[in-house]
Design a binder for this molecule. Sequence first.
Ligand code: GDP
Ligand code: MG
Length: 343
Amino acid sequence: LTVAGQKVYETGKSVVSGTKKRILGQNEKPFAVLISPEEGADVTRKKLENLFKNVKDKPVAIYSISGAFRKGKSFLLNLFIKYLEKLEAGNGQEVGHNWMDAKNNALGGFSWRGGMEPNTQGILIYSKPFVIKNLKGRKTAVFLMDTQGLFDSDSSMTKCSSIFALSTLISSMQIYNLSQQIQEDNLQYLQLFTDYGRALHEIATSNKNQKPFQHLMFLIRDWPHESEGFGWEGGKKVLTKILVTKKSADDDLKSVRKYIMASFETVECFLMPHPGREIASRKDGDNTFEPHKMDEMFRAYVDSLARDLFSPQRLALKRIGGKEGTCGNMIDLISGMLHNFNP
Ligand code: GDP
Ligand code: MG
């Protein structure tokens, strides 16, 4: 695979299992590093130390995406990689709107294929941090994280919960990727999975008063109601409808909503248009990327989303115990949690 003309490692099934034992060496091209609760705390710590080693003292922002498989999660992350490469290279300069058209005909980074076969299970962190400036002008390390194989029928609930919990605890922003709408069972899953994470957070930080997680963003793909608007604006309306407890709503639903609002510091929603038929119906194994095949509207909203998420104003800085955390702090936090993990 190539990203912006550079060769990167394949991230298909075979290589992901290969990353289990791999530790990132010097001058290695970026690839997706697998973090799994099953590997044990020591292996994970080693991997994290390697991931963070060049940016240990920097503030950190970690963006995670989760949700059912084959809903365009990895596809979007790979577009974010393209954007962040440009942003980093421009060193604070605004990125032009044609960043998606960079001359390369494959979309690399996170395994991304058409078809039905799910591939990995676990958390994948892109080994390259993107160093960009935060609001204070300080250089911040941005990491992208993919979760795969969750919410699928063939994975056990406990395993899913533990992976989701871990990804939510590690990240500063959890993007919950959904198709077309927010359904009641999407919220129930979220509560179930979040529950696991809350418990771990309490053990790791012995703090019961703080909200355990930072930002939650519902990202609704293929939003079908164009007339109601896309982006943040439309998302606000959807969120109000769904999350604000109606007086008449039944008690179960009320408690799910309350729980979610109480677990995250901020909850937002962004509505994404359909990418177009050619993107949505790719053949299995097809990894080529032709930017012109994306609908104009989709391109525009991907562009706007990337700009917002990684802008100094919105950059989701990771905080640990209420304070701005560095990559170094993250290693201790995550290792601490893993010791209490029962996958
Ligand atoms: P993941 O399993 O959620 O990571 O999904 P992938 O990123 O591997 O994408 C699965 C398929 O969905 C690919 O064929 C993509 O081309 C396609 N796809 C990407 N983005 C979207 C989208 O926003 N809507 C739809 N309907 N399909 C998409
Ligand atoms: Mg994927």
